[in-house]
Write a protein that binds this ligand. Structure first.
Ligand SMILES: *Cc1c(COP(=O)(O)O)cnc(C)c1O
Ligand code: SF4
Length: 336
């Protein structure tokens, strides 16, 4: 990776500054990638309500001059988002019905998911969060005590999942406080963090964050979200190594996305590269049918055919489970 001096300067800044300097204008991103917006199916209308947002750290992994780049496709607002598809809705996985109290989703036995924040460092076009009122549901500082109380009183909860949005956007102090409160709950065995930051903003993994994570007395698991091997670079690798060296178990979840990773080679290389960074492939999700994302859909039949081929190339532990989320189901459904 050859770096422009301005990029070297950018990457020397702290994560908050890098986040503040993320691309939010289509023209700026296109200019950086040596592309002309006129040659792309970009849509300003699509970006209204769910704007472009991509850290330079992620954009730097894109191939310059390639309008089909699989990372660019994940973040560029395009006209296809305005098309309507049957069966697509604003709440495809029934999350609204599962909100037990402000900030908590309790869908599956033994696990509760906390919506710690509504924001992310990157806006992924395929995400169901694009339509979901997370900002209203997120856990405010005031509600955190009530949530801790709920978890303390429910002996059936053995795992808490910090999610969002992206929970690692919380400050080190707030993460340490939350993990400290959870540490006092004896029936809680595991704490899991769902985050895309080690991939899209690896500068977030600081000594301060590691110290905050070390407050956790339960087993700590981080599930990152990476869809394509090109998202992994030496900075990402270093961030993952630091997490790993702190004794944290690392898994990855991906979404199967048309035009991004819907081929055998891309999926195999992704699994192998993840594992070389100490990350175990966990889930490959079928797309949640959220309004505006239909152009990313890979059919269940095509997905099964793909994963069978992947399975024929890779050891079992490198083949992610192909799953889909269904409103009302007792778990994510394995499709095979
Ligand atoms: C996906 C999800 C979980 C975790 O499911 P696992 O199969 O344990 O990874 C928990 N709660 C909610 C609401 C979820 O969507
Ligand atoms: S990081 Fe995750 S939650 Fe955030 S926009 Fe991307 S897919 Fe959605």
């Amino acid at each position: 990776m050859s770096e422009h001096p301005s990029e070297t300067l950018h990457f020397s800044k702290n994560w908050q500054q890098q986040l503040a300097e993320a691309f939010t204008k289509i023209e700026d991103l296109c200019q950086y990638l040596h592309l002309s917006p006129n040659d792309l199916p970009v849509s300003v209308a699509a970006s209204q309500g769910f704007p472009l947002r991509v850290p330079l750290s992620f954009a730097a992994c894109m191939e310059k001059g390639n309008p089909q780049d699989p990372l660019l496709r994940q973040v560029l607002p395009i006209q296809d988002e305005l098309d309507t598809y049957p069966g697509y809705s604003h709440d495809p996985v029934g999350d609204l019905a599962s909100v037990a109290q402000a900030g908590i989703l309790h869908k599956y036995q033994g696990r509760v998911l906390l919506i710690n924040t509504g924001s992310c460092a990157i806006n992924c076009r395929y995400c169901f969060r694009r339509n979901f009122p997370y900002a209203d549901l997120q856990l405010g500082k005031q509600q955190e005590d009530a949530v801790i109380q709920t978890i303390r009183q429910d002996q059936s909860i053995s795992e808490v999942i910090l999610s969002g949005g992206d929970p690692l956007l919380l400050s080190d102090a707030r993460i340490a406080k939350l993990l400290g409160q959870l540490s006092g709950i004896s029936h809680l065995q595991r704490v899991r963090i769902h985050t895309r930051l080690p991939i899209v903003l690896p500068a977030r993994i600081t000594g301060g964050l590691l110290a905050s994570l070390a407050v956790c007395t339960q087993q700590l698991i981080i599930v990152v979200h990476c869809n394509h091997a090109n998202e992994l670079n030496p900075r990402v690798g270093n961030a993952c190594k630091q997490l790993k060296d702190s004794g944290i178990t690392l898994f990855n979840q991906s979404v199967l996305l048309k035009g991004v990773n819907d081929n055998v080679a891309a999926l195999c290389v992704l699994s192998e590269q993840l594992f070389s960074h100490g990350i175990i492939p966990y889930y490959l999700h079928l797309l949640d049918k959220a309004t505006g994302t239909g152009h990313f859909e890979v059919s269940a039949a095509d997905a099964v055919a793909l994963i069978k081929q992947v399975q024929a190339f890779l050891p079992g532990y490198l083949t992610p489970k192909l799953v889909k989320e269904q409103a009302g189901a007792l778990s994510k459904l394995t499709i095979m």
